[in-house]
Design a protein around this ligand. Structure first.
Ligand SMILES: Cc1cc2nc3c(=O)[nH]c(=O)nc-3n(C[C@H](O)[C@H](O)[C@H](O)COP(=O)(O)O)c2cc1C
Length: 184
């Protein structure tokens, strides 16, 4: 089995639920960035050992949360030594708006992966965008560069949309199957 780590921040639990779906699909370990923007003990070693790293954060004010950015800045240490070079990378985000500037967050994850000389894995799923499309179809959000979820601002974690969570799960499967192909 591939060694995949989903490293994420979630302020209020919604992005954490999405992270759990990605991890379920990928057979990945979850690594939470805490409210102060720090990893738990052993977190950096977990990332160093990973074949694939999946970034996740809510979109706050049109970008990843500051806690994720603090983690990203702290990753300048592996960047200096290029120790994450040639790992697979992927990303996901969740926000209240259907658009809400989520793409900026995915783009940030992509650039972070490129700074680490990684290999980017996109969503790999056609959008559900016909007249017959239903909100809970896989990739109703129409994303390409990573997985997106939209959670209304007054929705609880339990009320997250099953279609978005299923999209996240399938995205995790894709990261895992790509990792298997590259490492066999
Ligand atoms: C400080 C802050 C900024 C936010 N900015 C945006 C935004 O730019 N676009 C958007 O669509 N939603 C925005 N939201 C809504 C969150 O993305 C949304 O509530 C999300 O589900 C929160 O995920 P979490 O529970 O993992 O923190 C913002 C929420 C907060 C608290």
């Amino acid at each position: 089995m591939s060694n995949i780590v989903v490293v994420y921040h979630s302020g209020y639990g919604h992005t954490q639920r999405m992270a759990q779906s990605v991890a379920q699909g990928a057979g990945a370990q979850l690594l939470a960035i805490d409210a102060d923007g720090n990893l738990p003990e052993g977190g950096w070693a977990q990332l160093a050992a990973a074949e694939a790293i999946v970034f996740g954060a809510p979109t706050y004010m049109g970008a990843p949360s500051w806690q994720f950015k603090k983690f990203a800045d702290a990753s300048s240490k592996p960047w200096f030594a290029q120790t994450w070079k040639d790992k697979l990378f992927a990303g996901f985000t969740n926000s209240a708006g259907v658009q809400g500037d989520k793409q900026v967050t995915l783009d940030y994850f992509y650039h972070l992966a490129m700074q680490h000389s990684g290999i980017w894995v996109g969503l790999g799923m056609l959008p559900s965008n016909t007249k017959a499309a239903q909100r809970n179809d896989a990739n109703w959000m129409g994303a390409y560069s990573g997985a997106m979820a939209q959670t209304p601002s007054d929705a609880s974690v339990a009320e997250m949309l099953p279609g978005d969570l299923e999209t996240a799960r399938q995205f995790g499967e894709r990261v895992a199957s790509t990792a298997r192909r590259l490492t066999k």
